[in-house]
Design a binder for this molecule. Sequence first.
Ligand code: SAM
Length: 277
Amino acid sequence: MDYSPKRMQEVLDNNAFRLKKQYGQNFICDENIIDSIIRKALIDKDTLVIEIGPGAGSLTYKLSLVAQNVLCYEIDTSLKDILNSNLKDCHNVEIIYQDFLKANVSEDLKKYSYKKIYLVANLPYYITTPIIIKIIEDKLPIDKIVVMVQKEVGDRFKAKPGTKDYGSLSVYLNYYYDVHKLIDVSRNVFIPKPNVDSIVVEFNRKEQSNKVLNEDIFFKLIRDSFNQKRKTLKNNLREYDLIKIEEVLHKYNLDLSVRAEALSIDIFIDISNALSR
Ligand code: SAM
């Protein structure tokens, strides 16, 4: 496959394809970036890869060379001709033309046997967070996620306590996954060029050690603690048993005047367990 921007434009023009902003269509035209994603994702022939939004198939093609199978979800049916042509030799690729957010992925996975599942994608930016939340809430058995996302969003995913990007989403994700950055990606490698730079982030599934006694209480505590980010815990958690919370905070030399953004996931787990007993 030729990955140059010129060739990509020709392919789109030859198929009378008009890029759709509402679907977050920014197609990669840089073979080095794709190779780097493939290399760092450490995919092998025991890996079933899920790709959301194959677009013109640039990433899909290289995924198919290293993976056991590639299962793609693409919302835009007008990409069918381009994908059929670009992926004509890729017999281990299946494309389901459907909105990923509405897909029954567990059902779709039933016909595959695999040792591990990775999700690898250049995500449509307008639904990055809902996609990650769906993967978590649907309890999809995904061992690793390698996704290209808008830099600002990626910064929130991997944010550490005490930084401006740290919020309920960071805690929620860090409960399930270890998150870190793999590569920076310039806005110049896409057609059309987006207004922002991107990063590729990797999420590795954590072994759940069942430290949280009651997940409902834990997730509600996270949501409520960050309800108004600039407020102290005392103000955000008025309805809670503040004596129990303060007891836990004292162990860490903190008190109720602390803000949620300063608390690590382990402190949240400790508080939630104290409230669950
Ligand atoms: N993978 C291609 C690449 O890197 O060149 C295209 C990436 S582009 C950023 C995002 C892709 O996701 C587009 O092909 C778009 O049509 C598709 N898409 C957008 N919303 C979607 C959804 N809800 N479900 C599945 N695919 C979607």
